[in-house]
Write a protein that binds this ligand. Structure first.
Ligand code: SF4
Length: 432
């Protein structure tokens, strides 16, 4: 495993609690405070240098302090409990099969059932001897994430609510597209970045997801899409959490999503969405897979950006643009800038002009995302006229723009609403 701390001395950073709790978006807060007097303060934002599967010492300490958002007591892992196969990509399955006096090719068969046939259990592995299936079921479980309810929106969006075995909630969203579905995957339970407009941000970081837990979301989402008679068209890491704050596990998961002897999903159909952390985008550019990059920008004004994304202070806009342009040049891929339009905060004509100036001559595309209100947070969507003018300003400067259609608002699955509570009743990342 790469030691991210060595490679990437981000160091723990914190946004001042005051800044996080009271973003100086006065027009928005004053305008909306009356409507939402119980605005919850955002959690203190922190970035840790540790991407390890179990998290840094700081993350562990934080984990100890926090109860799982599900409200359930964390369960201690018992020895002899079934091991999730997706958590053990190179684990002890070959040794286990050998001890069961099975030929080595059985490992390939199991892997195929898991990653290609998207099995839900060993009982489906019809080309394995019944006795072996029984032994496998005693030793392993196919997935680590425990499935919860699946909610369906009237617009065809599906939201999956999972729990990790230790009680951390995870949400995954399946979104209808023209030729299938897009799957929005979480990389962490909760998030430490502290964006005051985001439901996930209010949870704080609960913990990093393991590579297996990231893969599990893909396998279950793909199985569900197939059950609906369709396929996954694309996958975006834009659910709960900041993917590049959990980079080792993300990389491990990505390897299995892409490899032909695992899921075999095309790398160009995968996109990682990030606020941008020091040295992480350059590291992404070195991956052997040319995945898409989406950057959550939300403003071209560094000062306002620090208020909207407190953790962005570790990578000011000039540095972020340097990394983004280098990524465009290295991969020859267009970068997407995500811009959530917050009414009277970042949707003015002047903000649009600043954005156009920042992005001119880049190989890029801008997604304008209507804000999906989160109860208790003091932000409102941009009104139609301001959104249209914002878009026109960008287009008049030659920048490709799409105004995204909100999906899954009725089940709190829209961008920015993921914040699993209890058995996960809400979830959303408004900004990414
Ligand atoms: S918008 Fe993204 S980075 Fe910000 S708190 Fe929400 S999940 Fe984290």
């Amino acid at each position: 495993m790469t030691d991210a701390a060595e490679k990437d001395p981000v160091g723990p950073i914190t946004a001042s609690p005051e800044a996080a709790a009271k973003p100086d978006v006065s027009s928005a807060t004053s305008k909306n405070a009356a409507a939402t007097p119980s605005a919850a303060p955002a959690k203190k934002a922190s970035v840790t240098p540790d991407d390890s599967p179990t998290g840094s010492k700081k993350a562990s300490a934080e984990k100890k302090r926090k109860k799982p958002a599900s409200g359930k007591k964390k369960r201690k892992k018992q020895s002899g409990e079934p091991v999730p196969l997706t958590n053990t990509p190179n684990g002890d399955l070959p040794a286990f099969l050998k001890s069961a006096q099975q030929p080595a090719y059985r490992a390939d068969q199991v892997r195929r059932w898991l990653y290609r046939d998207l099995t839900s259990g060993f009982h489906e592995m019809s080309n394995l001897p019944a006795e072996l299936r029984k032994k496998l079921a005693e030793r392993y479980t196919p997935h680590g994430l425990l499935p919860g309810p699946i909610q369906q929106s009237e617009d065809g969006t599906h939201k999956f609510l999972f729990n990790t075995p230790d009680g951390a909630p995870v949400e995954t969203v399946l979104l209808p597209r023209r030729r299938g579905y897009a799957l929005c995957i979480s990389s962490q339970s909760g998030c430490a970045m502290g964006c005051p407009f985001c439901a996930t941000g209010t949870l704080g970081l609960i913990r990093n997801l393991t590579g297996g837990e990231i893969v599990d979301q893909f396998l279950r989402g793909r199985r569900h899409a197939r059950a609906l008679g369709s396929e996954l068209e694309s996958v975006i890491f834009m659910g709960m959490g900041e993917p590049l704050a959990n980079m080792d596990n993300l990389e491990q998961a990505m390897g299995r999503l892409v490899a032909d002897d695992y899921a075999g999903f095309g790398a160009r159909r995968l996109t990682v969405s990030t606020i941008g952390l020091p040295n992480r985008i350059p590291r992404l550019a070195l991956w052997p897979w040319q995945v898409g990059l989406a950057i959550s920008l939300h403003t071209a004004d560094d000062e306002l950006r620090r208020q909207l994304i407190p953790a962005s202070r570790v990578l000011p806009l000039p540095d972020l643009m340097r990394d983004s342009i280098a990524y465009q040049q290295t991969t020859s891929r267009r970068v997407t800038y995500e811009y959530i339009l917050l009414g009277e905060v970042n949707d003015s004509a002047d903000q649009a002009r600043r954005l156009a100036t920042l992005l001119q001559r880049q190989l890029c595309h801008v997604n304008l995302i209507p804000y999906n209100p989160v109860p208790g947070l003091p932000f409102v969507p941009s009104v139609a006229g301001r959104t249209a003018r914002f878009r026109e300003t960008l287009e008049s400067r030659g920048i490709a723009v799409t105004v995204r259609k909100p999906r899954g608002r009725d089940i709190s699955a829209a961008c920015g609403q993921l914040a699993a509570v209890g058995v996960a009743t809400r979830s959303s990342n408004p900004g990414r």
